[in-house]
Design a protein. Structure first.
Length: 105
């Protein structure tokens, strides 16, 4: 996807136990999706920045989600259970979604 493209509809499990849909963000002024993971040092370096961004623009109706689509057999740190732990540890103010199949549904 490029900036300004129409959002591909999705329904993905979240670390909060909910299933999140792209339609949950229909009323947001702007919507940011970032693809990330637990194991990558670059991703690790950005988690706190993303938390600050979400907190700074929450009142401006910014929607944000993080999506991890890594194969946990190749990257065990990116398992859904480890994603839940990171979500709790970082107290993320946005949903952290698991895209196991990467089929955008």
């Amino acid at each position: 996807m490029n900036i300004g493209d129409l959002l591909v509809p999705f329904n993905l499990p979240a670390t909060t136990g909910k299933t999140i849909s792209s339609y949950d963000y229909a009323e947001k002024f702007a919507f940011v999706i970032f693809v990330t993971c637990n194991h990558c040092p670059y991703s690790q370096a950005y988690w706190s920045r993303l938390v600050k961004l979400a907190q700074k623009y929450e009142e401006d109706n910014l929607g944000m989600v993080a999506i991890c689509g890594n194969d946990e057999s190749k990257y065990p740190q990116d398992s859904f259970e480890n994603m839940k732990s990171l979500y709790d540890q970082m107290t993320l103010p946005f949903e952290y979604l698991h895209d196991e199949s990467q089929d955008s549904s």
